[in-house]
Design a protein around this ligand. Structure first.
Ligand code: GDP
Ligand code: MN
Length: 385
């Protein structure tokens, strides 16, 4: 789960980290009224769960309340396309922040490293909007330090030298890193990123901030879950949450409906290896009944890119004949018109296939995994193999 910049900065402020003065506004009128509090002008920033806003016109320097009104009116209620998100993200709010005279832009982040299973601090003297280019062309300017147990004095000294910090800035960086690490451990956050970490009047100030949390741990932090802005989530993913499906939308045209995350990944792999493109990762979990399959089909039909559907179910405790009955009923209920390939294996698989074959519906039932994958790909391409 991601937070907006303004929420992330409020958290950082609570940790003793300097942030610029800020006000969030949900309408152009609210933004204009808030601008009265910024006599020297302010920066208006689109609040979306994506970076790259500066280059996309989502960060606007304003000199008067009228400028602020115009900037807010051009951003709020629209989708902002960034190089990190081609479909664009809905702007539900803007942030007004005081203008800063930035002397230097650094990069500082703490992240969970899922390979080494510890925390990694990432820093660069070349922060700001070009950080991705720096990582490509000057990787030696990106410093990474793993923190296996606790932050050490020599970590701080090394980073302070590489970032050419003054003694006062070094102390501020120590606060940022130690309090960020502490916060992440306590709240199951997977990333705190400050880019740029600006030098303003000799002090370190978080001019932009991002915090991400581990979705699987959110049940332990209801107060964090409450901070989520649902306008930033893909509508289909939102619908999937309501049904209790593990679903990730992808940009292909073959919808997958599978039970078990491992089988779901194997299904995506085999589709890809034969040249197809999955439209989603979907794990319907245990209990593949009529209601769940119906809801999953409705969800799939909401994705206009989908050209064929691959239902790949392993019947363990759940029996294939009961699942087949669910598929038949769901197909009728939703008047499904997209080609449907079903592979049923496991308990009562033959009875299950008989139900599909005798249903009078246009369901292609295939036992072999490879053949089923090739067929669903050919269906997506407009043919039947
Ligand atoms: P991002 O592009 O989504 O990462 O948005 P940022 O919040 O990082 O803003 C992009 C860039 O705008 C920063 O790298 C800064 O160079 C610039 N910027 C943002 N706020 C200010 C400010 O208050 N003063 C100045 N001088 N520049 C700012
Ligand atoms: Mn930034």
């Amino acid at each position: 789960m991601k937070l907006h910049e303004y929420q992330a900065k409020e958290i950082l402020q609570g940790l003793g980290i300097n942030i610029p003065r800020q006000t969030v506004a949900f309408s152009p009128e609210e933004a204009r009224a808030a601008a009265e509090g910024y006599a020297d002008g302010c920066v208006v920033k689109a609040q979306i769960h994506s970076g790259g806003r500066g280059k996309a016109g989502g960060v606007v320097v304003c000199n008067s309340p009228e400028d602020v009104y115009k900037a807010a009116a051009s951003l709020i209620g629209r989708r902002l396309v960034t190089n990190q998100n081609q479909e664009g993200m809905f702007v539900s709010a803007v942030l007004l922040t005081e203008k800063l005279s930035i002397e230097r832009e650094l990069y500082l982040a703490v992240a969970v490293d899922t390979k080494s299973l510890d925390y990694v601090m990432i820093a660069s003297p070349c922060g700001g909007m070009e950080i991705e280019e720096v990582a490509d062309s000057n990787p030696d300017q990106i410093i990474q330090i793993h923190v296996s147990d606790s932050l050490k004095a020599y970590h701080i000294q090394y980073l302070a030298d590489r970032l050419a910090l003054t003694p006062a800035q070094k102390a501020q960086m120590q606060t940022i890193l130690s309090s960020s690490l502490h916060y992440m451990k306590k709240n199951d956050a997977s990333l705190i990123e400050i880019n740029p970490l600006a030098v303003v009047g000799g002090d370190l100030v978080a001019a932009d901030a991002k915090i991400t949390f581990d979705d699987n741990a959110l049940y332990r932090h209801p107060e964090i879950k409450e901070l989520e802005d649902l306008s930033q989530i893909d509508p289909l993913e939102k619908q999937a949450r309501g049904i209790g499906l593990a679903y990730v939308k992808l940009d292909g045209d073959i919808a997958c409906l599978v039970n078990g995350a491992g089988l779901a990944m194997a299904t995506m792999d085999i589709i890809k290896s034969y040249g197809g493109k999955p439209a989603d990762f979907m794990d319907v979990g245990g209990g593949v009944g009529v209601e769940k399959v119906t809801a999953a089909f409705e969800l799939i039909m909401g994705d206009s890119k989908v050209r064929s559907i691959f239902v790949n179910i392993f019947g363990g405790i759940a029996q294939c004949d009961i699942i087949a009955e669910g598929i038949v009923q769901a197909t009728k209920k939703t008047s499904l018109s997209i080609p449907l390939v079903v592979r049923l294996r496991g308990t009562h698989e033959e009875e299950g296939r008989a139900i599909l074959n005798n249903s009078g519906l246009d369901i292609i039932s295939i036992e072999d995994f490879t053949e089923a994958a090739k067929t669903v790909i050919s269906c997506a391409n407009g043919g039947r193999s």
